[in-house]
Each structure stands twice: as structure tokens, then as C-alpha cells.
Design a protein around this ligand. Structure first.
Ligand SMILES: Cc1ncc(COP(=O)(O)O)c(C=O)c1O
Length: 359
């Protein structure tokens, strides 16, 4: 029997990930392969996370997990100085990005994004019949005037990704606030700060600092990036009470496992490790930005753990680097590469290889 997709999903295609590094290693008989195409942490999680997982006795494995993730919720509420009820936890932020349009968008409603940005905002909203309005970025950042002008009576959700994936650029909190001042209060503005920790900025520069002032603002954070827990799947969002209540009602009740909570909490509690990761990333980022300038390659500014730059022939460069075990990818535009920053040792080697390949 042939199953027909509903109309709004017919044009969507499967997410095609890069190879597992071990697959490339085997295929090309390499000593090592490093995936720098998916914005994963190259440092991995805190050793305390591994310890916590190893010490898990499984005593409660037969019981459903705590649907409120009470321990993690209270730890984060104290850290962010936000009421514990404002948090909604999901199986990665991906699940929240799936849940938001299901909850708030009727067919024909508009979802406003800047572009390029994280493609899941658009693809998940399209499943629910949203019309995507995409405003091209301008001068290596968000075109705020264009975004404001694109708001209509049908706009239901606005996504702001900061720092932005794939460009790595960062908008100052003052620009976000100035925009929020112009958005009608019935439109939910979703500020995705998946990469915020990598900026090294204090929490006073995060959207969380202005959360109380905007009843239509929500903020998303994840343990997948700086905490190095992409495989564990834990994202958290901070929402005002009315929105939190509805979203909580539409998510499935046991979407985050107890083992995930345990691992995320152990990662969160090791802020010293997080600071080391952020500092190592900052040092590597400086080297890459200097290198890109030196090579006269057009690039976005970067405030996170990846950089985006243009090369004359991306396919050739990527194929060349794969032979040395470095997995890179193009993104959004022809000949633009989005590179997850490697560790210091791989970084030095990769820059040497690129220098040879490009000169
Ligand atoms: C901007 C942004 N938001 C959200 C996500 C989803 O993260 P996760 O589902 O791992 O929490 C990603 C993943 O790459 C991302 O880049």
C-alpha cells in the first residue's frame, strides 16, 4: 500500500547527516576522522557526566521519569534567576521546534525567520501548514528593518537565532530588545540561544536578562553544544506562564528520560569544565579568524564554536580535507563552508592543510 503524505509535508525531504566519523575512517583507511560538519563539541562532556552515568544503578529504570525534571529545573531556575515553572524540557531543542508550530500555528499562518538560519524552524512549521516568510540577512547580521516590515496580521511565530547557525554572527541584546519593542504582543518571539555559552558573555547579555519585560518572549538553550551532550538530548526553554502551560500540555509527558536528566545535571554542575571549553573555543576561534583574514577569505564574524567562510571551490577543498580525515560541509550558499572549530592540535594541522590546498 502506498501512503500519501499530507499536502504540507509532501515537499519535505529526509535529514541527511554526515557519515559517522568511524565510517569515513574505515572507508578511507585513515588513522582518525574528525567530524567538523555538525557543530558538535570537539571537547565532549565533563568527566563528571561520564561518572554520573556509570554510577547510575538503574534502580528506577522501571518507573517513568519525573515529568517535571524537578532537580534540573530547580538548579536552572536558581542559575537563571527565573521562576521554576517557566522551564519546559524537551528531547533536544529539536523537539521544542517541532512542538511550537503544532501548538500555535494554524494552516496558513505565517512564521517569520531570518535567512540563512537553522533550517528546522521552517521545515517543522511547514508540517503544520505554516507559510514561511524568510528575510535575508544583511551586512553579516539580521536585517531588523526587513524583519519588522515582514510582520503581518498572520504572523504567529518569529524565530531569532543568536548566535546564528550557520553564520556564527551575534546580535547585541540591545538590537533584540529594540526589535521586541516593535513586535505586537500576541506574536511569540522565540530566541534560540543554543550557542550562547560559547560567546563567553555574561548571562546579563542573554535574552534571559530581559525575559521579564516581554510577555511574548521565549528563550531556548541546549545541553547539546557547549556542554557536549548532543547524544543525550536535553534542551530547555524559558517561557511565560500561559505559553509554558500550553506547550507543556502538547508535549508528550515522558519526553526526557531520567538518565538524560542525571547527565544534564552533572554537566550543568561542572561550570568549571564549561569555562575551560569556552576558553579553549575562544582561543581557537581567534586563530581561525586571523587565518581567514590572512588568507583573504570572506567570512562572517564568529562568536561561537564554528566559522563560516567562502572559498573558490568548496567541493574540491572538502574532498581534499576528507582524505586527511577532516569532515567539513558547505552551508546555505555555494562555496561557503561552515566549519566547527577543531581542538588546538587539529586546528593547527587543518590550517596547514588548507594553506597548502588554497595556495
Ligand atoms: C541553532 C540551533 N538550534 C537548535 C538546535 C537543536 O539542538 P538540540 O536538538 O541538539 O538541542 C541546533 C542544532 O544544531 C541549532 O544549531
Amino acid at each position: 500500500m502506498k501512503h500519501e503524505a499530507k499536502r504540507s509535508t509532501a515537499h519535505l525531504s529526509r535529514y541527511v547527516p554526515d557519515l559517522e566519523p568511524e565510517q569515513l575512517q574505515e572507508q578511507m583507511e585513515l588513522e582518525q576522522a574528525i567530524r567538523l560538519s555538525m557543530n558538535e563539541s570537539v571537547y565532549g562532556p565533563s568527566p563528571k557526566v561520564i561518572e554520573a552515568i556509570q554510577e547510575w544503578t538503574g534502580a528506577h529504570a522501571h518507573r517513568y521519569p519525573d515529568t517535571r525534571l524537578t532537580k534540573l529545573r530547580h538548579a536552572l531556575a536558581t542559575y537563571h534567576n527565573v521562576h521554576p515553572d517557566a522551564f519546559v524540557f524537551t528531547n533536544g531543542l529539536d523537539e521544542m521546534i517541532q512542538t511550537l508550530p503544532r501548538t500555535f500555528v494554524e494552516a496558513g499562518d505565517e512564521v517569520l525567520v531570518h535567512t540563512p538560519t537553522f533550517p528546522e524552524y521552517a521545515s517543522q512549521a511547514q508540517v503544520d501548514g505554516a507559510r514561511i516568510v524568510a528575510v535575508p540577512n544583511k551586512n553579516f547580521g539580521i536585517d531588523w528593518e526587513g524583519m519588522r516590515a515582514a510582520i503581518t496580521d498572520r504572523t504567529k511565530l518569529i524565530y531569532l537565532c543568536n548566535p546564528n547557525n550557520p553564520t556564527a554572527s551575534l546580535e547585541p541584546l540591545s538590537s533584540i530588545q529594540a526589535f521586541l519593542d516593535q513586535v505586537p504582543a500576541h506574536i511569540l518571539v522565540v530566541l534560540d540561544e543554543a550557542y550562547f555559552e560559547f560567546t563567553g558573555l555574561p548571562e546579563s547579555q542573554s535574552g534571559v536578562a530581559i525575559f521579564d519585560q516581554y510577555p511574548n518572549l521565549m528563550i531556548m538553550r541546549t545541553f547539546s553544544k557547549a556542554y557536549g551532550l548532543a547524544n543525550i538530548r536535553c534542551g530547555y526553554s524559558i517561557l511565560h506562564e500561559a505559553a509554558a502551560e500550553i506547550v507543556d500540555a502538547t508535549r508528550t509527558p515522558f519526553n526526557v528520560s531520567g538518565l538524560t536528566e542525571l547527565a544534564a545535571l552533572a554537566g550543568f554542575q561542572d561550570q568549571a569544565y564549561l569555562a575551560e571549553v569556552v576558553e579553549a573555543t575562544r582561543l581557537e576561534r581567534e586563530k581561525w579568524l586571523a587565518f581567514l583574514d590572512d588568507m583573504q577569505l570572506t567570512h562572517y564574524p564568529s562568536y561561537t564554536n564554528f566559522v563560516m567562510f567562502e572559498v573558490p571551490d568548496a567541493a574540491q577543498l572538502i574532498a581534499n580535507l576528507r582524505e586527511h580525515g577532516y569532515m567539513l560541509t558547505t552551508h546555505s550558499f555555494p562555496n561557503w563552508i561552515r566549519l566547527t572549530l577543531p581542538n588546538a592540535q587539529d586546528g593547527a594541522r587543518l590550517r596547514d592543510l588548507m594553506r597548502q590546498a588554497l595556495s
